[in-house]
Design a protein around this ligand. Structure first.
Ligand code: DGJ
Length: 375
């Protein structure tokens, strides 16, 4: 009898521990009772399971570096997440580019239907080089949760011009040395006109904040902040998703977008992104296009609420927009409330995306669940 009662109490306690809603900004515990550690993350939905991949942070300021790797969690209901462990581990070998103490940010995983491989790309900075390398790293696995094998890091699209870069600018001789001062109107115009694109043409382009997007026809695109974070590049991956095809576009030149998150609603593509202020939050931006290569039309700040909420995007920075399985036009905005001084304590801001006059809108909810989406 005593045993039965204990079992019942334990069962009730475990039911209680189940999350039934999203509470943005609060500690979000996994199945082991530990705050989820998957920052700058993205989600792969495959065979009825959601897999959340993100940066495993550690304590303190130094915890922003990749001391561990990429963490993976799985879920069937989006509220409750099972710790699946480290999907991509940093290397102890100090000669490896992926050595412990490098920077791994914003990892995203997509599944290739033809090869049956899970493909991870991530923003990769080399140990001891700050944010100079601006590379994108590639890792691959036969199993969603990993372990992933690290293959390479590159500056993409070396020797290729963007599809929308005019011939007239390809031989422009303006360089950084042409300017005494940065950030003047003339300097900004030169950046818009591809001064950094031309500089990096031979060695490959810069790739910092990134995301992946697989279109309904299976074509995958790598979106990344390039050209000293001033211009986004949207690059088509090869059919196996393991490389860059060399076909890409420059988007919103000179607008300094970071943290791109992409989704498709009907036949339109939407992007939510941020400005460029390090770990500090800033007003989000949104844009729409009829093709991933654009042209992208700016739609303004999607955040609604108090001045503070609008100015800081609810104190967060976008990382991914997740289409909810089984519901039409239901999207979750996923963002990070960074805590750079104690990186591991970064919080997750998940909010529903609604639409007003064809524009994505974000509003704050202390607590919400998927019933917010009609069907
Ligand atoms: C802003 C980016 O969005 C983050 O991913 C990270 O790179 C920080 N900058 C570092 O300051």
């Amino acid at each position: 009898m005593y045993l039965l009662l204990t079992a019942l109490v334990l069962l009730l306690a475990s039911c209680d521990a189940q999350n039934k809603s999203f509470s943005p900004g609060k500690v979000w515990k996994d199945n082991k009772g530990t705050h989820i550690n998957a920052h700058g993350g993205g989600i792969l939905f495959h065979d009825g399971i959601y897999y959340w991949f993100g940066e495993h942070k550690t304590e303190g300021k130094a915890g922003n570096k990749a001391n561990v790797g990429v963490h993976c969690y799985s879920s069937t209901d989006l509220y409750n997440w099972k710790d699946e462990g480290i999907a991509l581990a940093v290397h102890e070998d100090t000669t490896s580019l992926l050595t412990k103490g490098c920077v791994i940010e914003r990892p995203k995983v997509i599944y290739n239907e033809n090869t049956g491989k899970y493909v991870m790309w991530f923003h990769h900075e080399l140990k001891g080089m700050g944010y100079q390398a601006a590379m994108t790293g590639l890792a691959v696995s036969d199993v969603a949760t990993g372990p992933y094998t690290y293959l390479k890091s590159i500056n993409p699209n070396a020797g290729h011009w963007p599809v929308n870069y005019p011939d007239s600018l390809k031989n422009d001789t303006t360089t950084e040395a042409s300017f005494e001062k940065k950030w003047t109107e003339e300097w900004r115009q030169a950046v818009k006109d591809g001064m950094f694109l031309r500089r990096d043409f031979e060695r490959g382009q810069m790739a910092r904040d990134m995301t992946l997007f697989v279109d309904t026809d299976g074509t995958a695109y790598h979106f990344h902040a390039s050209e000293e974070n001033q211009t986004l590049h949207i690059a088509q991956l090869t059919d196996d998703y393991l490389g860059f095809s060399g076909v890409y576009a420059r988007v919103l030149p000179g607008d300094a977008n970071e943290a791109p998150a992409i989704f498709k609603r009907g036949d339109k593509y939407y992007m939510i992104s941020s400005g460029c202020t390090g770990w500090d939050p800033n007003p989000a931006r949104s844009a729409v296009a009829v093709h991933p290569f654009g042209p992208w039309l700016s739609l303004g700040n999607p955040a609604r609420g108090t001045e503070e909420q609008v100015k800081t995007t609810f104190h967060s920075q976008s990382t991914f927009v997740l289409p909810v399985d089984g519901k039409k036009d239901a999207f979750i905005f996923m963002a990070d409330h960074w805590r750079p001084n104690n990186a591991i304590d970064g919080r997750y801001i998940w909010l529903p995306v609604t639409f007003e006059e064809g524009k994505p809108v974000l509003e704050w909810h202390d607590d919400w669940d998927l019933r917010i989406f009609k069907k």
